[in-house]
Structure formats: C-alpha cells, structure tokens
Design a protein around this ligand. Structure first.
Ligand SMILES: [Fe+2]
Ligand SMILES: [Fe+2]
Length: 235
C-alpha cells in the first residue's frame, strides 16, 4: 500500500472551499487518473443531488465523494491486512466479492489518515456506497446514487440510470415526489446490479438483497400511505 500520509496545511474549515481543495490535492496522488476523474465526477454529482435533497449536507457529501474510493485500487490481500490492523473481522461477503472491500476499508482508514473528516455521517455514507444497507440515511443514498450516475460513467447500466433519474426528477414538483424518485431509481440500480452479478455468476452479498428488499418495503409503505391519505380526504 502506498504510504503517503497527509501532512497538509490544516484548513480553518475542513468543509470550506479551501479545506475541500486541500483534500482534493491530498486524495489525487492516491489513485489512478481514471479513478481520479471518476472521483471528481462523484463530487460534482453529489453536490447536484445535495442541492435537490439536502443543501445543508453539500460540503459533507463533497468530502465523502472525494474519499469514497480511497482504497478501491488496493489488492484484496492489502484490504484484508487493513481489516486485521483495525481489528475488524474480514467479512465473508468481501472475500466472495472483493469489490465490496473498499467501502469498508476506506471508512476504516479515513479517521486515521484524514481525521478532519472522521464525521460519523460521512464514514457511514462511505461504508454503504457499494452494497447499500437496509436502513440507509439520506446522505448514504445520495453518495450511493452519485457514484452510479456521475457523468464520466459510460457503462450502459449507469447511462440508463442517469437518464432515468434526470427524466423523473424533472417532473417531481414536491419534496415527497423527489424522495420517491430517489428510492425508485435506487431500486432500479439494485435490479441492474443483481442482474449483472447473476449473469456473471458472481457471489451475491446478502446485504445487497436486504437493501433491495428494504427499498421494496419502503415503496409499498409509501403507496399505502398515499391510499390512506386519499381515502381519508374522500370521506
Ligand atoms: Fe466505490
Ligand atoms: Fe466510486
């Protein structure tokens, strides 16, 4: 693993423009050019999504985006060593699908290497950005979706999902409808991801299935609430 500790200047406000720009500089040397372009794309998309859903979380989401793939390019063996160093049991899901490792290991490494960003909401969003979680907070969902639909993604499923989100959000004229769009597009991302995993005959992490089931339940509850509300106002 590249030992490149951040001895950067300490910004007055880690989430201000100067702080984020120092963070950008510190993260840039830690990844390939392709991953870096993707990271900047996620930062931009996370800010766009925050403007729609949670403007007060914009800076936190931009920082989470800059850090989300910090360990993505490390080999599985190094990810295992990182888990051991932090005393975290190596998850079976990660051993079967090594792509899942980096969400966990980035969330472990951030407090050590970027202590200014050891915010629990940021770490949780990073930890949940690949396979999701059955109880995702709004910031978790926004980082997850930004990672899927950022503009440099050219994978057909990502292009499809980006188009789907853009079309649906255009006509969502209330906060409630915008949240429904978020969950609908997320559900679709899980469908696309699970289909791809099955086609490639890869192991399917239990948490991926649990997250999809939770999104289905939320959708059903939302429908029921709308029905009850309609019936209530008809009486
Ligand atoms: Fe990632
Ligand atoms: Fe990513």
């Amino acid at each position: 693993m590249r030992e490149q500790k951040t001895k950067a200047r300490i910004p007055a406000d880690p989430y201000g423009e100067e702080g984020l720009s120092l963070l950008r500089e510190a993260v840039r040397g830690r990844m390939s050019e392709k991953r870096w372009r993707h990271t900047l794309g996620v930062e931009k998309k996370a800010a766009e999504l925050a403007a729609v859903y949670a403007p007060e979380k914009t800076a936190l989401l931009r920082a989470a985006a800059l850090l989300h793939d910090l360990t993505k390019e490390l080999p599985a063996e190094e990810q295992i060593l990182l888990c051991r160093r932090f005393g975290v049991p190596v998850p079976q899901d990660c051993l079967e699908s090594p792509k899942l490792f980096h969400s966990l290991t980035a969330s472990l490494l951030i407090p050590e290497e970027f202590p200014l960003y050891a915010d629990p909401a940021l770490l949780q969003a990073v930890a949940r950005h690949t396979a999701g979680h059955p109880r995702m907070a709004l910031c978790d969902k926004l980082l997850y979706l930004a990672d899927w639909i950022e503009d440099t993604r050219t994978f057909p499923a990502c292009v499809k999902l980006r188009k789907d989100y853009d079309e649906r959000i255009r006509t969502a004229d209330t906060g409630e409808k915008r949240l429904a769009v978020l969950d609908k597009v997320m559900l679709r991302s899980f469908d696309l991801m699970i289909r791809e995993i099955l086609t490639e005959k890869r192991a399917l992490a239990l948490i991926t299935v649990e997250t999809r089931n939770a999104l289905l339940r939320d959708r059903a509850e939302r429908k029921n609430e709308r029905k009850t509300h309609r019936h209530g106002s008809e009486k």
